[in-house]
Ligand binder design. Structure first.
Ligand code: ADP
Length: 261
């Protein structure tokens, strides 16, 4: 459709611009972060300058994380898909997520054994969950519950029919649910737009969900966001099982759906 074409053109233009900047910026950050790490190592624990150095390091790490997202978003990053155990892969970042969301949010994982393997890039899948968890955390300033679960899933022809490249078949769904503020129809309609954010300057980049979609697209998967104001938000990411995707080209289009509850 015309909207899809416009979106693709916008992505491409932004991609060319940001990819170059992100790459150069990353080289600069290597110097900043490398040197502040070295300074920290050479500072005694009771040195009053330590806090300042730690602040530099944390800011540098945040910047590095941002450039990583930008590079993933502009697809300069090479994907290394493999057959992987999704539950095992997600469990690895469990303690990091715990720290990320904070004590006021209850975090639950339901990652049963015996769920099919998926064909995907391990690091990128963790990036997806990380980005979704950041959004859920920001949607629950007063606390709430963030739950992550995986299950085998099937997408029928009706679910995939109109979109080239996404084939009906077997998937594993990763469901990330929060009890946060939710979204109205106007916000929901724009969540996948690059640089769309409702967060204050310095807090949101508006690249979280467009990065997630970029990864889902390259993985030959699908994503659906279900939300309503006061009803919380559920994001469902469908990833193909290995025999569906192994050795096949990346899907040129993947479905993104938003559903107002
Ligand atoms: P950012 O998080 O930097 O704003 P995103 O692309 O990740 O960028 O999200 C875009 C916008 O979508 C957010 O600013 C927010 O308004 C909305 N949003 C995303 N996830 C959620 C969520 N779980 N709950 C409520 N709103 C959300």
């Amino acid at each position: 459709t015309e909207a899809q074409l416009r979106h693709a053109q916008k992505m491409e233009a932004i991609g060319r611009l940001t990819g170059g900047i992100a790459h150069d910026f990353n080289n600069i950050l290597t110097v900043v972060n490398g040197n502040s790490e070295m300074l920290l190592r050479r500072t005694l624990p009771d040195d009053p300058r330590r806090t300042a150095i730690e602040d530099i390091l944390h800011a540098g790490e945040r910047a590095a994380n941002l450039t990583r997202q930008l590079l993933a978003f502009t697809r300069q990053q090479v994907l290394h898909p493999e057959s992987l155990d999704l539950g095992e892969n997600l469990a690895k970042i469990g303690s990091m997520l715990r720290t990320l969301v904070g004590d006021h949010i209850e975090l639950t994982f339901d990652l049963p054994d015996g769920v099919s393997r998926v064909w995907a890039d391990a690091g990128q899948i963790q990036q997806i969950l990380f980005n979704l968890a950041v959004n859920s955390r920001d949607a629950m300033p007063q606390g709430g519950t963030l739950s992550v679960e995986i299950a085998d899933a099937t997408l029928g022809p009706g679910d995939t029919g109109r979109i080239v490249g996404v084939r009906p078949g077997e998937y594993v769904v990763m469901r990330v649910r929060d009890t946060g503020v939710g979204m109205d129809a106007a916000v929901l309609a724009q969540v996948f737009e690059p640089y769309f954010t409702t967060k204050p300057v310095g807090k949101g980049t508006g690249l979280g969900l467009s990065t997630v979609f970029g990864i889902v697209q390259q993985s030959g998967g699908q994503i659906e966001v279900l939300s309503a104001p006061g009803q919380g938000t559920t994001v469902e990411v469908y990833l193909p099982v290995p025999h569906e995707r192994e050795g096949t080209a990346t899907a040129p289009y993947a479905r993104r759906v938003t559903t107002q509850l």
